[in-house]
Design a protein around this ligand. Structure first.
Ligand code: FAD
Ligand code: FES
Length: 258
C-alpha cells in the first residue's frame, strides 16, 4: 500500500563527491514489496521546490523500520535535501512502482547486476535479496570518475564487483560495456538501472538473455495520475505507452522503446 509518512532522519552523510547516504525511519518501510521500488520525497517543508523528487530505495532494514537512500545532490531539489539534518522529519510518499523480480533467478544461478551512476542504488537491495536466496551476483558498476564511486565495498561483500570509470581513475577505463565484453555470458539473468544510453547498450549486448531494466524518467506525481513519465512500448499492437512511475520503473528487457 502507498502511504504518506513523516520519516525521521536517522543518519545523513556525504560518502563521495556530491553523493549522500540518507537513512530514514518510519512505518513506510513495512509496505515495501520488492527491491527497485522508489519513494517520492518532499525535500523541504516549504513549497520550494513544489514537486517531490523520486529516489530509489537502496536498502531496507525491516527490524529497525529503516530505509537507506543514496542520491546525487546536483540540482535544486537534491541540494535542498542534502542540507537536512539528523532528527528532522521528511515527508515521504511510497513505496512506489514495481521493482525487480527476484523470483526470475533461481538459487544456484548467476545474475549480472549492471548499474551506472545514480542507477546503482536500487541494485544494492536487489543484490542483498538475491544473495540471501542463494543467487550468485556479479556487479558491474559504472561511474564518471573515482571521486564519485560509492558502495564498492558493500557490493564486494555480496559478490564479484567490477568498477568502470569513464576517465580510468578507478577500475576499467570506459563504460560498463567494456567490462561486460570481458566477462562470460553463461549467466541466467541480468538486472540493470542507469542512464538511457547504458540501458540501450546493455539490452543490445544481452538481447538473447532474460533481463529486467529500470528507468529513471522525469516525474511529476509519481502515482500514475499526470502522464509526465510516459514512454512508448515496442509492441505497438498491444499498448503503445507505459507510465514509468506506476507500470514500472522496472520492465522486462525489450518492452519499452529505448
Ligand atoms: P533538477 O535538475 O533541478 O530537477 C528538475 C526536475 O527534473 C525535477 O522534477 C526532477 O525530479 C527532474 N529530474 C532531474 N534529473 C532527473 C533524473 N535523472 N531522473 C528523473 N528525474 C529527474 N537519483 C539519485 O541520486 N539516486 C536515486 O536512487 C535515484 N532514484 C531514482 C528513481 C526513479 C524511479 C527516478 C525517476 C529517478 C531517480 N533518481 C535518483 C533521479 C532523481 O530523481 C533526480 O536526480 C532528482 O529528481 C533531481 O532533482 P533536482 O531538483 O536535484 O534536480
Ligand atoms: Fe505522473 Fe508518472 S509521474 S504519471
Amino acid at each position: 500500500m502507498i502511504i504518506q509518512d513523516r520519516m525521521e532522519i536517522v543518519e545523513h552523510k556525504q560518502i563521495a563527491r556530491a553523493i549522500f547516504e540518507l537513512t530514514l525511519r518510519g512505518k513506510l518501510t513495512g509496505e515495501i514489496t520488492s527491491p527497485g521500488q522508489f519513494v517520492h520525497v518532499r525535500v523541504s517543508d516549504s513549497f520550494d521546490p513544489l514537486l517531490r523528487r523520486p529516489i530509489s530505495i537502496a536498502k531496507v532494514d525491516r527490524d529497525k523500520q529503516e530505509i537507506t537512500l543514496l542520491y546525487r545532490a546536483d540540482g535544486h531539489g537534491t541540494g535542498v535535501l542534502s542540507k537536512r539534518i539528523t532528527g528532522d522529519t521528511v515527508d515521504v510518499l511510497g513505496p512506489l512502482g514495481n521493482g525487480f523480480p527476484i523470483e526470475a533467478t533461481e538459487a544456484g544461478e548467476t545474475a549480472y547486476l549492471i548499474g551506472g551512476g545514480i542507477g546503482v542504488p536500487p541494485l544494492y537491495e536487489l543484490s542483498r535479496q538475491l544473495t540471501a536466496k542463494g543467487v550468485k551476483c556479479v556487479h558491474i558498476l559504472g561511474f564518471e570518475s573515482e571521486d564519485v564511486v560509492f558502495y564498492q565495498e558493500q557490493f564486494a561483500a555480496l559478490g564479484d564487483t567490477h568498477i568502470a570509470t569513464v576517465d580510468g581513475t578507478e577500475g576499467t577505463k570506459g563504460f560498463v560495456t567494456h567490462v561486460m565484453d570481458k566477462l562470460p555470458t553463461d549467466f541466467a539473468t541480468f538486472y540493470t538501472c542507469g542512464p538511457m544510453p547504458m540501458l540501450k547498450a546493455v539490452q543490445q549486448a544481452y538481447a538473447d538473455k532474460k533481463g529486467y531494466v529500470s528507468f529513471e524518467e522525469r516525474m511529476g506525481c509519481g502515482i500514475g495520475a499526470c502522464f509526465a513519465c510516459v514512454c512508448e512500448t515496442k509492441d505497438q499492437s498491444e499498448r503503445s505507452y507505459v507510465k514509468i512511475c506506476s507500470d514500472g520503473p522496472v520492465f522486462e528487457a525489450g518492452v519499452v522503446s529505448i
